[in-house]
Write a protein that binds this ligand. Sequence first.
Ligand SMILES: [Mg+2]
Length: 111
Amino acid sequence: MTIKDLVTQYESISSFLNDRWPLKNHEQRTFARTMKIMEELGELSDEILTSMNLQRNTKIEKFSRENVEDEFADVLGSLILLGIELDIDVEQVMQKKIDFTRKRFDMDLKE
Ligand SMILES: [Mg+2]
C-alpha cells in the first residue's frame, strides 16, 4: 500500500464519517479530528505502558502485540483524517520532511 492508496481509502472513510456524524463546519471537523488523534494517542500510550508492565495487572494480563498494532493504526488513521480535513498533501509533506531530515543529518551522502 502506498501513501496515496492510504489517503484515498481514508478519503472514503472521511466522507462516510461526515455523512454519519455531520458537524456544522470545517472548524468543528478540524477540532473533532484533532481530539480524536489525542484520544487514539492516549490509547496507544496505554498499550505501550502495558507492554512495559507499567499498568495494573488486569491490563497486563490482557496485553497483546495486536492491541499495540491496532492502536498504532488508529493514531495513523486519525492523523490521515485530519490531513484530509486540512487539505494536506500527505505524500508531498512527508517527502519534504524526509528530504529535510536527510539533509539535516547529512544522510544523502551515505547512500
Ligand atoms: Mg483506538
